[in-house]
Structures are given as C-alpha cells and as structure tokens.
Design a protein around this ligand. Structure first.
Ligand code: BG6
Length: 482
C-alpha cells in the first residue's frame, strides 16, 4: 500500500528576501521550493517573497525562467495552474545593486511594512561569497536586521580555512551564529535524514554499526553531467572543494557519528564535529584523482583540476578503528547516483562450504545500500536458499524499501525542507561554524597533495579512472545499479 506524505505544519508568516534572485540557484531551487511549500499550504499568502535582481526584469520573464524547474505539466494540471497564479501574488521584484546600494530603500520600505508585526525575515544570499560582505553591510546599515532575521548562505563556505574564517567574520559583523544557516543541501535530502532514523529510531542496525561487524563503508556521489557554464568557478574549486569538503564529509559524519542524547541542533552538530576531528590525515596513497577527457578543451587551456576524486578515509576512534571509509565523486560518470554502501564482515565460518554443490560465488557478506538519489530507498542484501527440493542452493536476495514506491506523492526537494527549517528557526540540518572549519582542517592538506600531481584522464561515461586505492585492501568499488 502506498502512503501519502504527512501534512506539514504551517510556518509563521515570513519575508523571504532572495539576493541574487535572478540567478541559477534562485530560479532552479529556491523559488520552486517555496512554490511547493505554498501548494502544500505550509506557506500562506501572508508571507512575501522579495526577489532582488541586479537588472530591472519583468515578472513574466522571471516566471518563464522558474517554470520549467518547478513542474513540467503546468498547463495540463488545472489545480496547479491555479496555485501557480496565486503564488505570483506573493512575489515582489526589486532592482538592487549590491555594490552601490541603489534600490535598498525599496527593500527597506517593503520590510518596514511588516516590522511592527515582528514578521520573520529570511535573507538568502544566493550570490557569490565575495558579495557577502557588502550585502551584509547593506543590511546592517539600513537597519534591516532584527531579532527576527535569519541569513542563509550556501556552501562552499570559503576556499580554504583562512577564507572561511574571513567570510564568517564578515557575517558576524551583522548576524549572530544563531541567525546563520549554512546550507549543505545534501542534509535536506529525504534519504539522508532517513539515515538518522534508520540508525537512531531502530536498534537493529545500530547494534551492528561498528568495526566488529563492518568491513568497509563506501560513499559514492556520481554525476552524469559535466561542469558546463560553471567552469570558471569549478576550475578553482575542483571536486575536492566542490563536493568532498561539504556533501561527502557530511554524509560520512551521519554514517559514523555517535547517537546524540537528543535530536537537537547543537547535540547533532557536536557529534558530527567529533567525527570531523577524528579524521586521520591522508597519505598520497589514499588519494586518487581524475579528469574527464575533453575538460581542458572546455576550459580553454591546460589545467590540473580534478573532476573525479576518490579517498580512503580512516576515523581514529574506538568504534571505527580499522574500518576504511571510501569516498568518491565525479562528473561525467556513467550514471547519476548517490549511494552509501555498508559492507558487513562475512561469516566467521561457513557451515555449507562442504556441501557437494556449494557455489563459492554465493558466499557473500551482507550489505546495506542506502540509495540517496535517484530512486531513493534502502536495500539489505542477503543470501537465501533457492526454493524447492534438491539440496541447499543459494541465491542473492534483498529486502527492499523503496521510498518512491512507498510514497504516492513526489518526494520534496531538499531545499523545501531546509527553507522551512530556517523559517521555524531549526538549525539541526545546517552546518555550524566549527564544523565548517574542522572540515577545512581535514581538506586543506589534501588539496595540497591533489595539486602536486596531475589527475589521470578518464573517458566520459565511465566510473572514473581504474581504482588504485581499494585494491590494496582487497576491496573493490561497488558501482550503483539502476
Ligand atoms: C552542488 C555542487 O553543491 O551539488 C555541484 O556544487 C553538484 O557541482 C551538485 O552538481 C549536486 O547536487 P545534487 O543534488 O544534484 O546531487
């Protein structure tokens, strides 16, 4: 039987101010997310969405940009079309030059209308981090920051630890830590949150969750797309800063952290921080990088930027000593899939091994596959007996929980959940400053190593260069299956 996604609690009326409102992030993710929360009545018409644009733009033009990322069949679905039309009434466009401050009075007027109602105000900095300082100064000097304001910033926070500190010092001139929401959208993904439910709302797995029972952990975030028009940004950051410093390390933290006493923002983040601080520094042998063929042509000149990276990470604590965590991510790979695979230790002794028709290939360890996207779900790989008489023959079977099939409606995008958490003032799924800095402490030395040798070339549509890390431990990558 399919379940519907439970109703969500309405948020208090809020002003969402999006700086960089005409950009990619805003039109592809933020505004569509707000629309869906409006459709589900979590946002009502007392909320306002103020879209700050660099150039004067007509609402119609902006809506045409947003529409394809919101829903495709807009014309065929009358109810959605009606909601879409109602949603427009929440939107106000203003032209604002963040450098000169031209247009700030329009924003001030709009926000002051609601200031006596103590309306929550969310400033979303959907802009490059080199504009954070001027934007925050503008907010402060125009007295737009109040007890009810929050600010949202995107990863990557900085380019390394030093620049992350600088960015935060600038944020702190205007906002307090409790007002700052550092988004890592992977934390808003349904299956990622389900990982916490799996571990801490059940006893079954948690009892097996350590070095006595687990052989290795693999985290793969594979993308089919290349870097396209983001190449100037990407070439500076590479896969290590763009994906590993944030998304992959956050996934690793959720797999490895100790149970917090309560599901409370600071307790969850304290536990993640402990993991980040327990990561052993990597040696050259633990790092493999790749670049897809044709990347240099796209960039226009020779470059060593990695579009693929694989790492072997060790966590120096009692629970995980001796368990390798293999992380890999890359662009232009053969598939788009993110998976966390926990391979359990194999049986200490196989009682079936002396049977006449015993097939060694069926002597496989159990595996838990957490499919983050697409086709979100969980699979537990088991060995079962083939049905029927004629001895004990085995076949690989699986317990399969597919969220797509279990829930009738579409799974909400990560930004929907995260934006509502900002409005509710819940920082659990956002990164605290000390976490960001601890992640850079681990990443900065890896960047130096990555840059010291050229990446191996790999063909687009493969899973990256041939493995050189796992093989040394008699392990192998398990590629995502459809
Ligand atoms: C972003 C990275 O944070 O995440 C992109 O900057 C990447 O390079 C994207 O493509 C992947 O996100 P998702 O949700 O599509 O897996």
């Amino acid at each position: 039987m399919k379940n519907s996604i439970p109703n969500t609690a309405k948020i208090s009326p809020s002003d969402f101010v999006i700086f960089g409102g005409g950009g990619d992030l805003s039109t592809r993710k933020i505004i569509p997310a707000l629309f869906w929360r409006f459709v589900d009545k979590q946002i009502d018409d007392k909320s306002n969405i103020i879209i700050c644009l660099h150039k004067k733009t007509k609402l119609e033009t902006l809506l045409n940009l947003i529409k394809p990322h919101t829903f495709n069949s807009i014309k065929s679905d009358e109810t959605l079309q009606k909601q879409w039309n109602k949603f427009h009434k929440l939107l106000t466009l203003i032209t604002l030059d963040l450098i000169t401050g031209d247009g700030i009075n329009d924003l001030t007027l709009l926000l002051n209308k609601n200031s006596n109602k103590k309306q929550i105000c969310i400033f979303y900095l959907a802009i490059s981090s080199n504009l954070f300082e001027t934007t925050c100064n503008l907010i402060r000097k125009s007295n737009l920051n109040s007890l009810h304001s929050r600010v949202v910033v995107e990863k990557p926070i900085g380019f390394n630890k030093v620049s992350a500190i600088e960015i935060n010092e600038n944020l702190y001139k205007t906002f307090k830590e409790e007002q700052i929401y550092r988004i890592d959208h992977y934390l808003g993904k349904e299956t990622v949150q389900n990982l916490m439910a799996l571990r801490f709302a059940n006893t079954f797995f948690e009892n097996q969750w350590d070095n006595k029972n687990i052989e290795n952990v693999q985290i793969t975030v594979a993308e089919e797309i290349g870097v396209a028009d983001r190449i100037s940004y990407y070439n500076e950051y590479g896969a290590i800063r763009d994906m590993v410093q944030n998304h992959l390390l956050q996934l690793l933290c959720l797999v490895a952290m100790e149970p917090p006493s309560y599901f409370d923002a600071n307790q969850v983040r304290d536990e993640k921080l402990r993991i980040l601080k327990s990561l052993r520094q990597l040696s050259d042998d633990d790092i493999q990088t790749g670049q897809y063929q044709g990347y240099e042509n796209e960039f226009g000149k020779s470059t060593n930027t990695e579009t693929f990276i694989a790492l072997k990470v060790n966590i120096d604590n009692w629970r995980w000593a001796g368990v390798p965590f293999y992380l890999r991510t890359g662009k232009k790979l053969s598939t788009r899939a993110s998976e966390i695979i926990i391979t359990f230790k194999n049986k200490p002794h196989n009682i079936f091994s002396k049977l006449k028709d015993f097939d060694k290939k069926t002597d496989k360890p159990n595996m838990l596959i957490i499919r983050v996207q697409p086709n979100e779900g969980l699979k537990l790989k088991l060995t079962s007996k083939e049905p029927g008489p004629g001895g004990m023959r085995f076949f690989p079977s699986e317990l399969n929980l597919s969220f797509n099939e279990t829930f009738i409606e579409r799974l909400p995008d990560a930004y929907e959940r995260l934006l509502m958490d900002v409005a509710r003032g819940n920082q659990t799924l956002f990164m605290r400053l000390d976490e960001v800095l601890a992640a850079w402490d681990f990443i900065d030395p890896i960047v130096d190593k990555v840059q010291s040798k050229p990446p191996q070339l790999y063909r687009s549509g493969t899973m990256g260069p041939e493995d050189k890390i796992l093989v040394k431990n008699n392990h192998e990558w398990i590629d995502p299956k459809e």
